[in-house]
Design a protein around this ligand. Structure first.
Ligand code: AMP
Ligand code: MG
Length: 417
């Protein structure tokens, strides 16, 4: 059976990024940059003051206090025109260009206007080295350098840099559209009271929320029943999205028809079953719809060339874990992110844990930041159907090694939700 890592490899190799399109900068938040953003200007574009104060010659600060003559006032946005000579100072504001002749800015807190004179200032100790409180032209970024590489997620900081670079529009990767299809004869809609043998359809709401929480566009298709006809109709609808996430019907039960119906619908299996707990029956495949992806400048309504399909085991925590590890890897790759695989952080285990059996276990856990760093505690959890336990959790611990005792204080890999 495939390991988690092998399954992630196959997903990365199978999934191709979606096409690029151009959006106004104001709509780029949460998307992935398609081409590197290069600086067109030096930043800052001129030597500028980092403090409100006086621009002077550092040689005048050899013996303090000293009185200097104020020759000009430089505000941000205005270029001072007088050259600062020995014994002179230009009053300067944060962000204003440094006048020629000056090589240091003395903060205003270190100065005092001389009584009875409108243009004399006294500079007090301490002395300052040349260049102090000045940001030199190009010191932050030189024109021509790549400030943001392709494949980066655009957060507020990248959006700010793009604005600084004068990008009114940016090329980004289209955001994937995902259909969520719950299956099962036992499922009733959330608003109904389950009869004998029935349960509420919690996976649909959870998976849609899990994907939306990660910033994706996810759409529920409604319950498909465990018969070939109903499954096929719903699956065909789902194949119109970039990704179809099915819950249930992929295990070894008599009505676990999802793999068969997917094959009938023309979807090629890449793998079925991964060695992990919970989530072992996971199914993954894809279909080439043999039509070029539209390059229309819209984020919605156009079909990509491929649809990738996940069959998640129906137990709620299995669905949750598989979506977290595998579906999101595919989505990061589809969305063009340079790093698609889930990246754990490492935290100290608070309590002992024994991983019984022969599969890595992804156990719901509470991750906390203490004065000693990250600490993680497995929550009480009785298995893949126990969704309520996950409410106390904000992460899962990957206990990779089987049949072994993990001791308190050990560093373990943790995936945060
Ligand atoms: P399956 O993977 O279809 O064999 O389902 C495994 C278990 O998950 C069964 O106990 C199902 O009742 C339950 N289950 C399947 N689909 C859902 C769903 N949409 N919401 C909640 N539980 C589900
Ligand atoms: Mg089922």
């Amino acid at each position: 059976m495939l390991s988690v890592s092998e399954a992630l490899d196959l997903i990365e190799r199978t999934v191709n990024p979606l096409l690029e399109f151009r959006v106004p900068l104001g709509e780029a938040l949460g998307l992935v940059l398609a081409d590197g953003a290069v600086a067109d200007l030096d930043s800052p574009p001129f030597d500028k003051a980092l403090m409100d104060g006086y621009a002077v010659q550092s040689t005048d600060l050899a013996r303090l206090p000293v009185e200097l003559t104020v020759i000009e006032e430089a505000l941000a946005g205005v270029v001072p025109w007088k050259v600062v000579g020995p014994g002179e100072a230009t009053r300067i504001m944060t962000g204003a260009p440094i006048p020629r002749g000056a090589d240091v800015v003395v903060p205003v807190e270190q100065t005092r206007l001389v009584a009875g004179s409108s243009c004399r200032v006294e500079i007090q100790p301490p002395s300052l080295v040349p260049g102090k409180h000045i940001l030199r032209r190009g010191e932050s970024t030189k024109a021509g350098t790549t400030v943001i590489p392709a494949g980066r997620l655009l957060r507020c900081t990248e959006i700010g840099c793009l604005a600084e670079l004068g990008r009114q529009t940016v090329r980004v990767i289209r955001r994937p559209r995902i259909a969520v299809l719950p299956t099962g004869d036992e499922l009733v809609p959330v608003g109904e009271k389950p009869g004998p043998g029935q349960i509420r359809n919690s996976n649909e709401a959870m998976l849609v929320a899990q994907l939306r929480q990660a910033g994706y566009d996810a759409f529920p298709l409604g319950i498909a029943r465990d018969n070939r006809h109903d499954l096929r109709t719903q699956i065909d609808r789902g194949l119109e999205y970039d990704v179809l996430v099915i819950s249930g019907g992929v295990s070894a039960g008599k009505v676990d028809l999802v793999p068969v119906v997917l094959a009938e619908a023309g979807v090629t299996q890449v793998f079925h079953k991964v060695r992990l707990k919970p989530g072992q029956p996971l199914w993954f495949g894809g279909i080439d719809r043999a039509q070029p992806e539209s390059t229309a400048p819209t984020n919605f309504g156009k079909m990509g060339k491929y649809c990738y399909v996940f069959g998640l085991p129906g137990n709620p925590v299995s669905s949750l874990v598989c979506c977290e590890l595998f579906v999101k890897t595919a989505l990061r790759r589809l969305g063009g992110l340079s790093e698609a695989r889930p990246k754990p952080i490492f935290a100290r285990l608070a309590t002992a844990y024994r991983n019984v059996g022969n599969r890595p276990t992804y156990h719901p856990a509470r991750l906390e930041w203490t004065s000693d760093g990250a600490q993680v505690t497995p929550v009480r959890w009785i298995g893949s159907a126990d969704l309520s336990a996950t409410v106390e959790a904000n992460a899962m611990i990957a206990f990779e090694e089987t049949d072994r005792e993990y001791t308190p204080g050990e560093l373990v890999a943790v995936h945060q939700w």
